[in-house]
Structure formats: structure tokens, C-alpha cells
Design a protein around this ligand. Structure first.
Ligand code: G3P
Ligand code: CA
Length: 263
């Protein structure tokens, strides 16, 4: 409900396809990213790990085990070795209701392949994962962003590590940054924390679990964006929009699209 202006505002809420449309397709595969776009996701969310030979790949975990048929740490394998793995079969086994034979044999994509596939004007929301394990990953990310001439207006780089974001900021202050936050109980943020984050980031990404309206309002009124993760049910999506969030990460971008339409 609300005024015409409020209605317009709801339409601008960023719909971030978390690991692609990862509720419906194996996370961090080209298929999952394509489905995210089809389901009206505005941004493709990409987690980064780095291979033994220094290639950035799209994967959430430091280990291969959960999302491929491999075992061990990404950092101990070359890209060639990781390219032998199947990144889709696990999904069919775990989620028979969404299983699709097309997912069999999907490969782990490199960041470069994702840029090649979706192009410079797609919107990417890229997370530097475990930056302490992968020294130099920020520089390599930036090298690819520049090589593929990625539109920086629709690029966001996110991390739980303030140090990684400060490194990005130092290397290229024109890249927009989001500080991820994880709360284990009632979320609260001080003015000092907000000021510190505003030094380098345009927004924060807290887990939605322990959020409250006061928190959301405080962050928004400070001029920061707020994109909670990972919101998969419509009831919570509705609540967060009413509280004033400016976007959210979801494994089900179609659901967020419908919730936004109903506002
Ligand atoms: O990047 C937002 C959210 O994805 C952070 O948590 O563990 O799913 O990467 P995680
Ligand atoms: Ca992430």
C-alpha cells in the first residue's frame, strides 16, 4: 500500500540473485546466473575463491566438497583440475523436486567466463571470500573488471573483511563497496561504526535474521544502502521492504519480484 512515491520506491529495491537463482539451479553455475536474470534478478551475486594457479572462480566454499564431486581445498588445485569436476549433480541429488538433467556435467565457472558470458553491462555483486587465504585477489578482480571493461555503475564489491574492502578502495576508489555484517543476536549499529563504514562503502549487507526496523531506519537515514541476506520467503521480504531496506539477496528472485509487484 502507501503513497505513489512509496510505490515507486519499492520498485527500486535491488533484487540480488544469490549465487544465481540458487533455489532452483546449482549455485554459481552459468545456468543458475541465467535463471536469476530470467527471474528478474537485478544483480548476479558471485562469491570468489582462487585456484592454486591464481585464477578467480565462482564458488562459495573454500572446499570443493559441497558443490562439486571433488574433495579438498580450492587453493590446492589448479584450474585444469577444477574444470574436470561436476558442479551440478549434487544439486539434483539434494533437490529432486528441482532436478534437471541439463545440470549434469556443469562446470565451475571462472570469473572471466562469467564476464564473457554476461558482458560489461550486466550487474555484478561480487564477494571477495577468505581474502586472507588468497593474497592478491582484489588486484586480480580489478584486473578482470578493467580488462572486460565492466560498467562500474552496476558493479558492487562486497566482503565480510573490512581489510579486503579497504584494499579495493585503495586500488580503485571508483568501485562501489558493501560491508557485509553477521549478527548472532539482536542487530545494533553505532554511529561510530556507521561513520567508519561510510569512509569506504556505500552500503551494508547484514544477515536478516536479527534485524529490526530501528536498525534499518538508522542505516538508511545515514545515507548507506542496506541489503540483507539471504531472504527466501515472501513474508520476510514484505516485512523488510516495509522496514525500508534498499535491496536484498535471495535464492528465489522470482518471489522477490512478485512481492515488489504487489506493493
Ligand atoms: O554475500 C551475501 C551473503 O551471501 C553472505 O553470506 O555466506 O552466503 O556468502 P554467504
Ligand atoms: Ca555471498
Amino acid at each position: 500500500g502507501g503513497t505513489a512515491m512509496a510505490k515507486e520506491k519499492h520498485k527500486e529495491i535491488l533484487n540480488v540473485s544469490h549465487r544465481g537463482a540458487s533455489g532452483y539451479a546449482p549455485e554459481h553455475t552459468i545456468s543458475s546466473y541465467q535463471m536469476g536474470k530470467k527471474m528478474h534478478g537485478d544483480y548476479i551475486e558471485i562469491d570468489l575463491q582462487m585456484t592454486k594457479d591464481g585464477t578467480l572462480i565462482a564458488m562459495h566454499d573454500e572446499a570443493l566438497d559441497r558443490t562439486t564431486n571433488g574433495t579438498g581445498l580450492v587453493k590446492d588445485f589448479t584450474l585444469d583440475q577444477i574444470k574436470q569436476l561436476d558442479a551440478g549433480n549434487w544439486f539434483n541429488e539434494k533437490y529432486p523436486q528441482y532436478a534437471n538433467p541439463d545440470y549434469l556435467g556443469l562446470k565451475v565457472p571462472t570469473l572471466e567466463e562469467v564476464f564473457q558470458k554476461f558482458g560489461k553491462n550486466a550487474s555484478y555483486y561480487i564477494e571477495t571470500k577468505s581474502p586472507e587465504v588468497y593474497p592478491g585477489m582484489e588486484k586480480e578482480l580489478l584486473r578482470l573488471v578493467n580488462e572486460y571493461d565492466i560498467n562500474k555503475k552496476s558493479l558492487l564489491v562486497q566482503s565480510f573483511s573490512p581489510l579486503s574492502l579497504l584494499t579495493m578502495n585503495e586500488l580503485d576508489p571508483s568501485v562501489k563497496l558493501v560491508q557485509l555484517l553477521s549478527y548472532k543476536a539482536n542487530a545494533a549499529i553505532t554511529d561510530v561504526e556507521i561513520s567508519a563504514i561510510k569512509e569506504y562503502a556505500i552500503g551494508v549487507g547484514p544477515n536478516h535474521t536479527y534485524l529490526n526496523q530501528e536498525y534499518v531506519q538508522k542505516v538508511v537515514n545515514s545515507g548507506l544502502e542496506i541489503h540483507p541476506y539471504t531472504v527466501n520467503d515472501k513474508e520476510t521480504m514484505n516485512k523488510l521492504i516495509d522496514w525500508g531496506v534498499t535491496g536484498m539477496f535471495t535464492n528465489f528472485p522470482d518471489r522477490l519480484h512478485e512481492v515488489k509487484k504487489g506493493k
